[in-house]
Design a protein. Structure first.
Length: 451
């Protein structure tokens, strides 16, 4: 009861909206997990989850810039404010800096979206065609639509990130909740009516439609962004190499390494073990990923606030916010993960057929351990990156390379050994390294700054 009361006391509009989004994603993911084994064949299930892993190559195009945009925008906000009409007011230099940023990312993301569709669409089509498990007409239309919609979402993503950085975390979370509800409902109907893999693009398609509507109807904020862009095109207030690139390239390296850690499993298993095993692992990854996403709501919703407090010199306040949010986040994640493992074990005892679409118990246990460790690492990373730095480049690279070595060593032979070694890499290499950085540099620094 104490934990519940404490968690509830930390929920404001932004946390509530973010939590509502994560709860919906958890519910939608659960329903999808139940529907996929019923309405897709085991082969289609493998394609379904491997599609998502290949599309995650988006990180090689975005290169962590959206995260940097949130942090950079939030860092300007101590000198700026949202007016009653939804625009930005405050220090003129900071306004021009944001204007130059908006102008730049508009051009950059147009190019990135086109490149993503051309390169990933073509490369992915070749990869899936090489498996020769399904006929082209069973998966190619779905893949091309998914790639097109994802490219469109990539274009709009920086503007949503900038909006979050100004403090509109709750508003953007509410938008994403509406997008997700509409998309999942359409996808479920398509699954139920037998459209197979064509259901998958509807989720990304709904996100794109929602982003377009947001762009056109949130007139006051969009007008402010456009005005800033027009008045700052020729200004020298923003130096990309000085203001953005030093943080972004480290984030990019870390997130590319993160792709190796989190997204390479399905393509490797798809290639060496086939779509059926890839579908089982993908289903389990989706379950644990949903739990991590939900539990991270408490920390992520307060990331702009932590950044704002740090930039204003209020390190004690930033530290207090993080400590409260992290405690609740960890307890939620740990409890839900244990609950899932127990529930799946009971389903196996009761011989419920749906669990046959999941990996065996040993594989699930190792994946659960990895999920809990990841939640801790993600949380510590939020606090460290709120300082406008990327201290996790080296740990991310080494962890990514270690995971790649695990995949190379076990990819074609043993999935259980693969997951055991993966959990070991996270628990005995990544976590100690990240925790040491956190306590020695960032947490200790916060303590000294208020002593």
């Amino acid at each position: 009861m104490n934990i519940i009361s404490r968690a509830m006391s930390l929920i404001d509009f932004h946390v509530a909206a973010t939590l509502a989004l994560r709860l919906w994603i958890l519910l939608a993911g659960t329903i999808t997990v139940l529907l996929v084994p019923i309405f897709l064949t085991q082969l289609e299930q493998g394609y379904y989850f491997t599609f998502a892993s290949v599309l995650a190559l988006q990180i090689f195009f975005e290169l962590g810039l959206n995260y940097v945009l949130v942090q950079f925008t939030a860092a300007q906000m101590p000198w700026l404010h949202l007016t009653k009409d939804g625009c930005l007011g405050g220090d003129a230099d900071r306004l021009h800096t944001l204007g130059a940023l908006v102008s730049k990312v508009f051009k950059v993301y147009q190019i990135l979206a086109i490149l993503f569709f051309c390169l990933i669409g073509t490369g992915g089509a070749y990869f899936f065609a090489s498996s020769n498990q399904l006929q082209l007409d069973q998966w190619l239309p779905s893949w091309l639509l998914m790639t097109a919609f994802t490219a469109g979402n990539l274009f709009f993503s920086p503007f949503l990130a900038i909006a979050e950085g100004t403090g509109k975390v709750g508003q953007i979370a509410r938008l994403r909740t509406i997008q997700s509800i509409f998309g999942y409902l359409c996808a479920w109907l398509c699954l139920i009516y037998g459209y197979g893999l064509l259901a998958m693009p509807l989720i990304a398609g709904a996100n794109l439609v929602g982003a377009v509507i947001w762009w056109r109807l949130d007139g006051k904020f969009i007008t402010a962004l456009r005005r800033l862009g027009r008045t700052s095109v020729s200004s020298n207030h923003l130096n990309w190499r000085r203001d953005i690139f030093p943080f972004q390239w480290k984030i990019a390296v870390s997130w590319i390494s993160g792709y190796l850690v989190f997204q390479m499993f399905n393509p490797v298993i798809f290639k060496y073990h086939g779509p059926i095993d890839a579908g089982a692992v993908g289903l389990a990854l989706a379950v644990f990923g949903a739990l991590t996403t939900l539990s991270m709501s408490w920390v992520n919703a307060k990331a702009p606030e932590i950044t704002k407090q740090l930039n204003a010199g209020n390190r004690f306040a930033a530290r207090a916010v993080f400590r409260r949010q992290f405690t609740v986040s960890f307890l939620v994640n740990f409890s839900l993960t244990i609950g899932v493992i127990i529930s799946i074990s009971l389903m196996r005892v009761l011989h419920i057929p749906a669990v046959d679409r999941l990996p065996d118990g040993a594989v699930l246990n190792w994946m659960a351990i990895a999920a809990v460790v990841n939640q801790v690492v993600f949380s510590l990373a939020v606090y460290m990156r709120a300082h406008g730095e990327e201290p996790l480049m080296a740990p991310s690279i080494i962890t990514g390379l270690a995971t790649l070595a695990v995949l190379a060593f076990t990819g074609s032979s043993n999935i259980q050994l693969m997951m055991a070694l993966y959990a070991g890499v996270l628990a005995f290499l990544c976590l100690p390294w990240v925790a040491t950085l956190f306590f020695r540099k960032y947490w200790k620094e916060s303590l000294h700054s208020v002593s």
